[in-house]
Ligand binder design. Sequence first.
Ligand SMILES: *Cc1c(COP(=O)(O)O)cnc(C)c1O
Length: 350
Amino acid sequence: MNIAVEKVTSSKINEVDFDNLAFGSVFSDHMLECTYKNGAWETPKIVPYQPITLDPSSKIFHYGQSIFEGMKAYKDKDGGVWLFRPLENQKRLNISAKRMAIPELPEEYFMEGLTSLLQVDKNWIPENDGSSLYIRPFMFASGNGFHASPADEYKFIIATAPSGAYFSGKVRVLIEEKYSRSANGGVGFAKAGGNYAGQFYPTQLAKAKGYQQVIWTDDNTHEYIEEAGAMNIFVRINDTLITGPTSDRILDGITRKSILDIAADEGIKAEVRKISVAEVVAAAKSGELKEMFGAGTAAVVSPISGFGHQGTDYDLPELENSYAMQLKKRITDIQYNRAEDKFGWRYRVI
Ligand SMILES: *Cc1c(COP(=O)(O)O)cnc(C)c1O
């Protein structure tokens, strides 16, 4: 594929303080852009990072056809550049696209487009320990008209942002029993922008009560815990790690499935089954609840220090050797090319 590259006249890279990077707020020099028009995706091109001009009637504004992915590029100590299971993101983007009636993108447009962009902006991939280049592929309806129907034009864009080590500290969470993130037959399994919009208000309410995040429960009975904010959730009861099964409502996270494979490899007993709120509360009361953590690309694991449920707060113990940190180390050692990759998850870009 012949991807045209229009380079910036002068790079912004010298203005960036790579030792103090907030998450996702400084953007690299270039972006990949690809347009769907007249029934087909055009060849992607690389252009300077820039604003997008859209007609006020663009369907993205009114009907929310918008999906995204989140991934990272990692630089090893020899300057090698790696992705982690990128084809999983590519496949999931198309799963999300299909559900939102957005045309699917050919695999090579995603993979060749992404690797070309990383080659052009390779100097933006941070080298500091724990830093990475956060990659945000997204797709939205750019076609016009107030008619409530799928658009006839779309954009696929990949923008990237150098990011420092992501550690927010342990979080206190609230088990949510009124609002739902997703429902059977809905779009919870898709990385659709609207799923996030719908989470913000209940999360604001939880924050006002002193929690940092919401634990979503199933929409029907609110008896089963399903996700931690925008991350998959893991619970450790005694020595068993448990996570819920993917479904219409639970997103098929790449970190989640990598954790399950690594747990099996490390001899950690893991179960994929429904986790009831009652079981978690009982285990917290008896002291058998050892850990809870979210799992997702940005933080890999996000440990939970305690949770609120129906007006009562429960604290989790401080563990010396948590599964969360053991699993995070195994995954990040693979991502940064510091350890053997027996699963074949690393993907070399440079
Ligand atoms: C992206 C996301 C995850 C985590 O997926 P990863 O592939 O591990 O980054 C989990 N839950 C939701 C709702 C998400 O949007």
